[in-house]
Design a protein around this ligand. Sequence first.
Ligand SMILES: *Cc1c(COP(=O)(O)O)cnc(C)c1O
Length: 437
Amino acid sequence: MTDKTQTAAETAPKPVPAVFARRESEVRSYCRSFPTEFVSASGATLRDAAGREYIDFLAGCSSLNYGHNDPDMKQAVVDYIMADGISHGLDMHTGAKAAFLEAFEKIILEPRGMDHKVMMTGPTGANAVESALKLARKVTGRTNVIAFTNGFHGMTLGALAATGNAGKRGGAGVELNGVTRLPYEGAIEGVDSLAYIEAMLDNPSSGIDAPAAFLIEPIQGEGGLNDASKRFLQGIEKLARKHGALLIADDIQAGCGRSGTFFSFEEMGIEPDLIPLAKSFSGMGLPFAALLLRPHLDQWKPGEHNGTFRGNGHAFVAARVALEKFWSGDAFEKEIARKAEILTARLSRIAERTGGRLKGRGMMQGVDVGSGELAAEICARCFEMGLIIETSGAHDEVVKVLAPLTIDEGLFEQGLSILEEATDACAPSAAAKIAAE
Ligand SMILES: *Cc1c(COP(=O)(O)O)cnc(C)c1O
């Protein structure tokens, strides 16, 4: 927080321009939780038109892992624009794309022993998931895809079919098909999901058609921060291999460092065939997505899967800077681990006070406070106190922290203190009980 501006709690709000209610579609959503007009942002701080400052624990749903307007990414993009760099080139060869691919190969893929190729898809996560589903079906000649309870994969019809959320599915307007849903780890109390899935797939009369792929989030971002164990993910990989299916790890939200490592599955001992990436992949919130694929799966004919906006010139520049700046050594991973420890400690305390439960891992953790009503109340109170934070889960019952990975530790603690205070205010009986003990 700077001296010039005041925190949200200290200043009067300013009404938002009437044009939003008058002209913008009712489908708008996040703006309803944070009813103000934002005008600028840097690092982990957002500013609104009234000069109020907010600590950002949402970070564009993990699209801003490196914070808002990183000075080096910003400078590189400005320089590129001023030199008349190619902003849009379809998928023609450009210097910016070459430099990005070389950096990605050298800094991320080679050190991890990954031979994946990079397919530029349309600019959203859903585009990358859609590409993965199409490719898996094309390569295997099968249509069925196994997806998991509480999974979230995007809003286009293929990706939506694999998404669990009933409200989102209700918007489809057509039948959502080609997907068999099976329980994620821990989805049903007392049931070993892996054993159940294995039994279903091994039984030729279970009614489940041979799958083209298993599509899984190693940590479920929207579905309540459920994180799968090594045993579960390795078991799913083994089943995929056994049944001739591909393994798709949707790392759109959990990837790019959010879990603690660049890919969320790095310490899980699995080798996914297809990996959709988006959100923070561009480094500074520019629309950019890609699908990583094992070379033997690179079976599209030229142009067989196409699109106008595949690879954004400005995103290539920012994404390259992000890789060079944050992923060249292991300092950033250590920084994330340190902050994740702070997060675990502070959220455990909040969980204890609310009788709630800690969820997630890395810098992707939250507290299941037991009800969507209480979680919404806590988030609304946080907003009044100058903290932007959202919920997750089947009943929106998880208050989810997605702070920029680069957040200053002092500011991080400050945001967590606001969350703690807001929680105490909204769940006073739980807090009082703790105090009385
Ligand atoms: C956000 C998200 C998507 C969809 O990305 P969009 O850019 O919103 O289309 C897909 N999968 C996961 C895990 C996500 O978090």
